[in-house]
Each structure stands twice: as structure tokens, then as C-alpha cells.
Design a binder for this molecule. Structure first.
Ligand code: MSP
Length: 662
């Protein structure tokens, strides 16, 4: 069996895991499952990057040691990977003793060769990127004070340190790229790397005397190893570089490093050069994806625009998240994450097209055949396959060929798109074959069996193609149709089915319920767009850029901005449960100038009686919005805790109705 070694970046532990980290890790998981399906023995590595100044400073701010910080955050990563059903084989932490030992080993090896030497460095250091600016660009003067990668102000640092002789690797790297044009995918990123290296490479400082939290340099305790040298080495230390045993010989070089474009230079320039210097083979390929943006900016903790996957996990299973991410983002391009895009994609593809196809077919096999086809003339053997049935089967082989080609090139979005075309054709096939009409004529029983068998076989076959992306669902579907064949190809199986009418595979998630559960005010803009899109029955588009809010600049707003929001005291004259949504209450309120209806997502925590007769605060001039069929003309104010639990401020009885808050 051919081995396949795939990695994610190791994530910094000064950030909590968000959708961006989840994307890379999900992609690695999908690739692992796909490679297994196509006959590979796979080793999947992920982990955390725990050393360096950034982490030292974060820990200091929190009043704990860097290791305590790491121990705390690493749990969050591991928990999320478990919830997302990520099937990694090893989780490495750069504070693990074997890793520290491995870093020292490679450092010493390169030093002995003369490619690491002692010197002195003065430069502009970006703490956020853990990188000297002059190493990254040739600019000089003022410009150097700003990090070209993140735009933050850098610090001037003079250090005694050790340098890596990167300049000696320029030609070797260019030769390597020329001989291996597929090293970086997509191709556009390969071109970027080549131009960068052609501009000339300076020697790179690979130790720090100012950073204490790191691997100490062998033989010089005053220095620690530069965090990127330390971090990149994880890919070899995780597979026994220390001993260079059979595992190392088998697994190294890695077949695929996956990452976003922000860390391309480190992986495509520095890493191969370090490895060449250590006389080790370089990785075979690197897959560079784009960024998930929120409000047009890369999602990251420092920008404060991260999306927590747990919000989605409250309503959707991990397969839905995996499917959305793989279906939506073409490799290489950036994508704006929007809840509306997410909900629409999952509801349309997974609930309507795939989930319904499976449940309709299962339902008919159960209803008309009591889950069992007798393999005789009455229930139709394969000879009864008509023209249409043969076409369904032939089309599957064509689909499998195309989907595998696309998946081999890591074009998951296109592969999935193609698979769903076939699924839609199967849905059309049901409509055209009208099994419900066939079922009315006993003499058509064999034809009916032929139709349903074809459907079951097609479903079980497509199910395998989808299994790397939605593995839990794939297993459920095999369970439904009593199949244990998880391999590729057309499934000529299935005469008896243990149809198990459990929960729907992908219950449709209602947009109102999703947003009603959200902490007050969050994602309101998206919700509105989604509602409009749903009302017009159009596919919502990705978010368009919005002008920057005043809050985005300095966190302060002017009084005139505050005045735009008209808040008044209103009396709840009536309250009842929303007839179509468990989480919503329908309130009738007296605002002092009119009586109007408000819909509030508080039903899980407030009974109608709790609010009747109470005075509350409402936003009076909010544009009306329809929530599950009822028009809400304003919004009640409530505080919300981290879990989204609302707390409605109740105003003293003596306050006049209509009193303005200012
Ligand atoms: N610790 C370094 C990596 C060392 S690897 C030897 C690091 N860590 S990180 O926590 O900042 O993770 C960066 C990686 O996380 C990106 O390359 C990407 O894989 C993933 N992502 C983080 N935010 C992301 C988005 N907003 N969008 C897409 N991927 C994102 O860099």
C-alpha cells in the first residue's frame, strides 16, 4: 500500500480555534479519508506551536506561565477536532520533549555543516508574525517599521544571534522549483515563490537572545531557536526524526503540507532550504488555500472577527460544516464566511437534494417491498433494467471518473458540484419514473422493483464518493440500506434492506431559529440578507463589502450615532408563544404612540406570563423584519451572556410608557 503523509500547520496557542483553523484541518481530514478510499495508508499530523515571544507575552498578560497557557488552549483545539470528527493520527506540541530534542538535533547538524554561524543582527522585528521585516522585503527606511504582512508596527532589535546561510540556497531552490513545478499548488502561488527567491535571499537569523520561551540553542544557553525554525521542524520530529528509524524512513518526506497563503514563504522557501542543509529530502507537495474572511478581513483573533464553529455546531452536525467548507471555497481564492451562505447551502444540497433522495427511496422500498426484494421474476432481476436504468448506471461511472480526477487535484468544490449534478439527476429520475404510479398496478411490480433497486444502488455508490467529506452521514446511509461496502464502484448489491427510519439525515435549519439562538444583535445584517433572499427565492450571494463602522476604527461612536437609535420604554400588553417557532415569543407592546407586534428569541428562557404587564426597553426605529411569518416591528433589548442566554431588563413600574432612553 502506498503511504501518504499529510499535515496541517501547527496552530499558535495564543488564539482559540476558529473557522479558519477548522478549514485547514477539515481539508486535511477530507484528504486523509479520500486517500484511504483510493488505497493509501495515511498518516495525518496536526498540533500546536507553543513557543515564541507572542505566546510569552499573551501568557504574561493573563498572569500565567506560557506552558499553563498552552495546556489550557491545547484542550480547546483537541476538543474541537473531536467534535468535528477529525481523524488525525498524531497531535504534536512543540513543548513535547521529543520535539525539543529533534529541534536541537537538526540545528546542530546544520551548524556542523557550517550553514548556521554566529553573528549580530539589527532589524525591525514584528512580534505578531515572529519575523524580521528586513528578512521579508528589500524595502528600507520608514517602510521597514511596518510589517508588510500584518501592518503592525515593528520593534527595532539588535541581537547577537546565529544565522542560517539562506543566501547559499537561492540557486538550489530555484533549480528545485524548476524541476518540480507541481511542488506548490495552485500554480499562481508557485510563481509568487519563484519571484520572491529570484529577488535574492539574505541569510536568516535563526536564534533570539531576547526570547526566553523557546528551545535553547545547543551549546549556547543565551539563545533560543527562532520560533519558525522550531515550528517547521515539527513535521519531521513527529515521525521519529530523533532516531531516524523505520517510521521516519517510511513516512518522510511528507506527501502534502496544507496551509493558507499567510505562511507560504516559511514553507516553500525556508523549510526546503533547512531540509537541504540537513541533507534531508524536501516535502513532495504543498497545498495553499485562501483565507476565510469576515467583513472582508482575514479572520483572526487580533482583528476580532473570528467565528466560533461551536455556534454552527449547535444547529448542524460536523458533516454539514465539512461539506459547506469543501463545497464553497475554491482552493486558492479567499471566501467571505456568511451564516446565510452556510444555511442555504446546507439546506439546499444536504437536506433537500441528498437527504430527501435517501429518505424518499428508503421510504418507498419499505412501503412497497417491506424492505426486501425477492430475487425472482416478480421483483425483477437485473434483466429488467430498462434504458433509463442503464443510463443511471453508465452516468455513475462517468461521474466517478470525473470526481476522482477533481479530488486528486484537490478541487473539492468542483468534485462536489459534479456529484450533486448526478444527485439531482437521480431526483429527476424518480419524478420521471413515477414509482407511486407504478405501485398502483400489480403487473408493474417488476418495473417498480427495477426502479427502486437502481436508486438504492446509485445512492450507495454516490454515498462512497461523498464519504470523505461527510463520513458520519455516509455510515448512516450504509446502515439504512444494510450495506457494508464502503469501497468505490457501482454497487450491484442490495436485495434486503434494514431500512432504519431514524432521524432525518440533515434536518432543515430554519433561519429564524438559527439567529434567534444567537447572542442579541450578532449577525443581524446577515440575517436580514438571508431573509430577503429566502423571500425572493434566490440563492443568497456572498456578503458584499460594507463601509467600515465607526466602531472598527477606535471603538468609539459619536453622540449623533447613538441618537440614531430610538429606544423607548414599552409595556408588554400581551405575550404568547410564536405559533411556528419554539424559540420565539410574540409580544404585543404599547410604545406610548402605538401598539405593535415584536418577535423576540427569548422563549427558551422566558414564559409569556413572565413578560405580560412588564415594562421593557425596545428599539423603536428598527426596520421591520418577518420572523417565521410574523412581522416584528422593532426589537426588545436584552443582555446576553457568552452562551446566548438573554436577560431582559425590566423597567420600574412608575416609568411612563413611551419614555425615551437617551
Ligand atoms: N504557528 C504557525 C504555523 C507553523 S507551521 C509549521 C501559524 N499558526 S496560526 O495559528 O496562525 O495558523 C495559521 C494557519 O491557520 C493558516 O495557514 C491556515 O492554515 C489557518 N488559518 C487561520 N486563519 C485562517 C483563515 N481566516 N482562513 C483560512 N485559514 C486560516 O501560522
Amino acid at each position: 500500500m502506498k503511504k501518504f503523509y499529510v499535515t496541517t500547520p501547527i496552530y499558535y496557542i495564543n488564539d482559540i480555534p476558529h473557522i479558519g483553523h477548522a478549514y485547514t484541518t477539515i481539508m486535511a481530514d477530507v484528504i486523509k479519508r479520500y486517500k484511504k478510499l483510493t488505497g493509501h495508508e495515511v498518516f495525518f499530523l496536526t498540533g500546536t506551536d507553543e513557543h515564541g515571544q507572542k505566546i510569552e507575552e499573551s501568557a504574561l498578560k493573563q498572569g500565567i506561565t506560557p506552558k499553563e497557557l498552552a495546556d489550557k488552549v491545547v484542550v480547546r483545539f483537541k476538543e474541537l477536532w473531536k467534535t468535528l470528527n477529525i481523524d488525525y493520527d498524531k497531535f504534536i506540541r512543540t513543548t513535547d520533549a521529543y520535539h525539543v530534542e529533534g529541534v536541537k538535533k537538526i540545528f546542530q547538524k546544520v551548524m556542523a555543516k557550517g550553514d548556521i554561524y554566529a553573528g549580530e543582527y539589527e532589524g525591525h522585528y514584528c512580534v505578531s508574525c515572529e519575523s524580521f521585516v528586513t528578512e521579508m522585503a528589500e524595502d528600507s527606511g520608514e517602510k521597514n517599521k511596518i510589517c508588510p504582512d500584518c501592518g503592525k508596527i515593528t520593534r527595532t532589535v539588535t541581537e547577537k544571534c546565529y544565522f542560517f546561510r539562506l543566501s547559499a540556497y537561492q540557486d538550489k531552490l530555484l533549480k528545485f522549483y524548476a524541476e518540480n513545478p507541481g511542488f506548490i499548488i495552485p500554480r499562481s502561488r508557485m510563481n509568487e515563490v519563484v519571484s520572491f527567491v529570484k529577488m535574492g535571499l539574505r541569510d536568516l537569523s535563526v536564534t533570539r537572545s531576547t526570547v526566553k520561551w523557546g528551545v535553547s540553542v545547543p551549546g549556547d544557553e543565551t539563545q533560543t531557536v527562532y520560533v519558525w525554525f522550531d515550528a517547521l521542524t515539527n513535521y519531521i520530529t513527529a515521525v521519529d526524526y530523533n532516531t531516524e528509524d523505520a517510521t521516519f524512513k517510511k513516512l518522510w518526506p511528507a506527501d502534502l503540507h496544507i496551509m493558507a497563503k499567510d505562511i507560504l514563504k516559511f514553507h516553500a522557501v525556508y523549510w526546503p532550504a533547512f531540509l537541504m542543509a540537513a541533507d534531508l529530502p524536501v516535502p513532495k507537495q504543498e497545498l495553499i488555500h485562501g483565507w476565510w474572511l469576515k467583513d472582508e478581513k482575514k479572520m483572526s483573533k487580533s482583528t476580532g472577527n473570528v467565528l466560533d464553529p461551536h455556534i454552527l455546531l449547535k444547529h448542524f452536525n460536523s458533516d454539514a460544516i465539512k461539506y459547506f467548507m469543501m463545497r464553497e471555497a475554491p482552493i486558492g481564492a479567499d471566501g467571505n464566511f456568511s451564516h446565510q451562505g452556510f444555511i442555504t447551502r446546507v439546506n439546499t444540497d444536504l437536506s433537500n437534494d441528498w437527504g430527501n433522495l435517501v429518505s424518499r427511496t428508503g421510504g418507498m422500498v419499505e412501503k412497497y417491498f417491506k424492505n426486501e426484494f425477492k430475487n425472482d421474476a416478480t421483483d425483477g432481476g437485473d434483466a429488467l433494467y430498462g434504458e433509463k436504468e442503464t443510463a443511471v448506471k453508465t452516468a455513475y461511472f462517468q461521474l466517478e471518473k470525473e470526481a476522482l480526477e477533481l479530488f486528486d487535484g484537490y478541487q473539492f468544490n468542483r468534485g462536489l458540484e459534479r456529484i450533486f449534478e448526478y444527485i439531482n439527476d437521480l431526483n429527476k429520475y424518480i419524478v420521471e419514473s413515477e414509482p407511486w404510479t407504478l405501485a398502483k398496478s400489480p403487473e408493474k411490480r417488476a418495473v417498480l422493483a427495477g426502479v427502486l433497486k437502481t436508486l438504492v444502488r446509485a445512492i450507495l455508490s454516490v454515498n462512497v464518493l461523498l464519504s470523505p467529506v461527510i463520513p458520519e452521514t455516509a455510515e448512516k446511509i450504509r446502515g439504512i440500506f444494510n450495506s457494508n461496502d464502503a469501497g468505490l464502484g457501482w454497487k450491484e448489491t442490495g436485495e434486503r434492506f434494514g431500512i432504519n427510519k431514524g432521524e432525518p439525515l440533515f434536518p432543515r435549519v430554519d433561519i429564524d431559529e438559527f439567529f434567534a439562538d444567537e447572542p442579541a444583535g450578532k449577525n443581524k445584517k446577515e440575517k436580514k440578507v438571508t431573509e430577503q433572499a429566502q423571500e425572493k427565492q434566490v440563492e443568497p450571494k456572498m456578503e458584499t463589502p460594507q463601509p467600515q463602522s465607526p466602531e472598527g476604527t477606535d471603538g468609539l461612536i459619536g453622540f449623533e450615532d447613538f441618537q440614531k437609535v430610538k429606544m423607548v420604554v414599552a409595556m408588554v400588553v400581551d405575550a404568547e408563544k410564536h405559533p411556528n417557532a419554539d424559540k420565539l415569543l410574540k409580544l404585543t407592546v404599547d410604545t406610548g404612540t402605538d401598539t405593535r407586534t415584536l418577535v423576540a428569541g427569548v422563549a427558551k428562557f422566558y414564559a409569556p406570563e413572565d413578560l405580560k404587564g412588564k415594562k421593557i426597553i425596545i428599539v423603536k426605529n428598527l426596520k421591520p423584519a418577518k420572523l417565521r411569518g410574523i412581522l416584528s416591528e422593532g426589537m426588545i433589548l436584552a443582555a446576553s451572556d457568552a452562551d446566548g442566554r438573554p436577560y431582559i431588563p425590566i423597567i420600574p413600574e412608575e416609568t411612563p410608557v413611551g419614555a425615551i432612553l437617551k
